[in-house]
Write a protein of this length. Structure first.
Length: 248
């Protein structure tokens, strides 16, 4: 009787864990860039440029509703297809670099990322031939080993009158919902505008060395993150500046 009771309790625990895991995923559909070689687009709406095509090893995706007017740029998702004969349990981790929708999908992946959902190269060809597949996805933490959050000064910036920059290697599982640009000497800060995607701008940047403060938020908790390294006074368009900061 004890054995039967223990078996029953173990079965209930297993079922509960399975239901909890299933509830963390959202059901949807995905496709891939049909004109891509392997990586994603180098002209994505997030403003990453050619960097966006190779970010995360080329495992990137355009999204539709998850774009959220640019707030979704840089977010990471675990996506796995649902054909048990062709698809792996792990699926693939993709980074949002663009906006787009096709055939009622939430994800338009790079060809490389789309293929990674498959168990074998043969199964990958099957998925690619199918074009659109049923998937499930969930938000996961972004991790870039050995990389700090990096500020890329947009090429359209005009020193010292106009400053635009993107935020590369966004980490953790929270969104960057606000950005402040601060003068390091007197700590006077101004709130910046999100121009588009992951690009932030100001038409009157402060003088001197600059500090970029980022607000990380998940809806329940908000944290301002200040960089260890500053943008130098004589910043230049096209340059990248390492903040020295990693976010878990």
């Amino acid at each position: 009787m004890a054995i039967s009771l223990n078996f029953f309790l173990a079965a209930i625990l297993f079922l509960s864990q399975t239901l909890v895991e299933a509830s963390t995923y959202v059901q949807s559909r995905a496709t891939y860039y049909p004109n891509s070689e392997e990586n994603g687009s180098d002209k994505g709406t997030c403003g990453y440029g050619s960097f966006g095509a190779t970010l995360n090893g080329g495992d990137v995706s355009a999204v539709s509703n998850l774009f959220r007017n640019g707030v979704g740029c840089g977010a990471c998702y675990q996506v796995r297809c649902k054909n048990g004969y062709s698809c792996t349990d792990r699926g693939v981790i993709v980074v949002v670099t663009d906006q787009g929708s096709s055939h009622n999908t939430d994800f338009i992946m790079s060809k490389k990322a789309f293929s990674k959902m498959a168990q074998t190269p043969y199964a990958a060809q099957y998925l690619l031939a199918h074009g659109v597949v049923d998937i499930e996805y969930k938000r996961v933490s972004c991790n870039y080993p050995g990389k700090n959050i990096t500020i890329k000064i947009d090429e359209n910036s005009n020193y010292p009158y106009y400053l635009a920059f993107g935020i590369w290697f966004q980490q953790g599982q929270k969104d960057i919902t606000a950005v402040q640009l601060c003068e390091t000497q007197n700590q006077v800060c101004k709130l910046l505008d999100r121009s588009y995607g992951a690009v932030w701008t100001t038409s009157s940047p402060p003088s001197g060395d600059l500090s970029v403060r980022m607000l990380f938020s998940d809806g329940d908790d908000e944290t301002w993150v200040a960089p260890l390294n500053n943008i130098p006074q004589n910043w230049q368009p096209g340059k990248t500046y390492d903040t020295g900061v990693q976010v878990n």
